[in-house]
Design a protein around this ligand. Sequence first.
Ligand code: BTN
Length: 317
Amino acid sequence: MKAEILTILKDTDGYVSGQELCERFGVSRTAVWKAMNQLKKEGYEIESVQNKGYHLVKTPDILSKNELVSIRKTKWVGTEICYFDVTDSTNTQAKSLGEGDAPNGTLVVAGKQESGRGRRGRSFESPAGTGIFMTLLLRPEIEPQNASMLTLVSALAVAKGIEHMVDLPVQIKWPNDIVINGKKVCGILTEMSAQMDYVNYIVIGIGINVGNEEFPEEIKDVATSIYLESGKHVNRAMLIEKIWEEFEDYYELYEKTQDLSSLVKEYDSYLVNRGQKVRVLDSKEPYEGKAMGITDRGELIVDTWEARRLVAAGEVS
Ligand code: BTN
């Protein structure tokens, strides 16, 4: 009921009468009053005026299941939402849900991670109150060899989502780091459980530095937050919602062909090092070339002095 009350309060400019809410939910006035008090305790600024009702004055930057459910507009992402104030890693949680019978589109969100994981066994700093740490569980009917492209689909959705919230040039560092003014603001970790020809489940974990006001000395030259770049305090729940709305649209295009043919142009327009010299690190021997864009399968096209090479996985700098 609390999530629904929040939706009603948010959709109403003026006051919502207590009586209206009682009738709507078939509960007593005391029950409505109690729910309002709980919401106030969670941080919502709600004004109650006799004979008029309740009015939501301000929605602070709250992450909770109720908040996420109350603003949800997506079609299938987040049909189930699991929220943790603190967890080890949302990817780990989503994987264990994947082993059970959690449905496609289940979304795991945490306020803080104690063992946030990054790519290549790195850890991912996930302090409370400043970031978005979330993982989507997918049970897609795709071939396992087409799964890695989902990371690029997600990167596009994050870039577009951030653009909805702040007026900043958001870019993608292939394959899936989101950068603003050359510094990383988001990382994505996709993991899969599959057999040779069958995907059991995929989890897409997204970590975004939203409100961080500073970074440790050792990473402050390469990492940033939306706040540090824009000076704006972005509402995390709203950003989450925007990202998954964008994701659903991009995913639909990807799913039709199981490749990125409809998305290459848009992805390339976000590519930070397009037309620039890059160093490909993850082949047996690192090499340099010019990044030209991506292929329909999400490989990075790199022109070296002798040939055109396609980078399927790994890292470029
Ligand atoms: C990277 O840049 O190396 C990827 C970082 C991915 C971090 C996110 S935060 C939510 C999800 N849970 C994790 O443990 N990792 C991903």
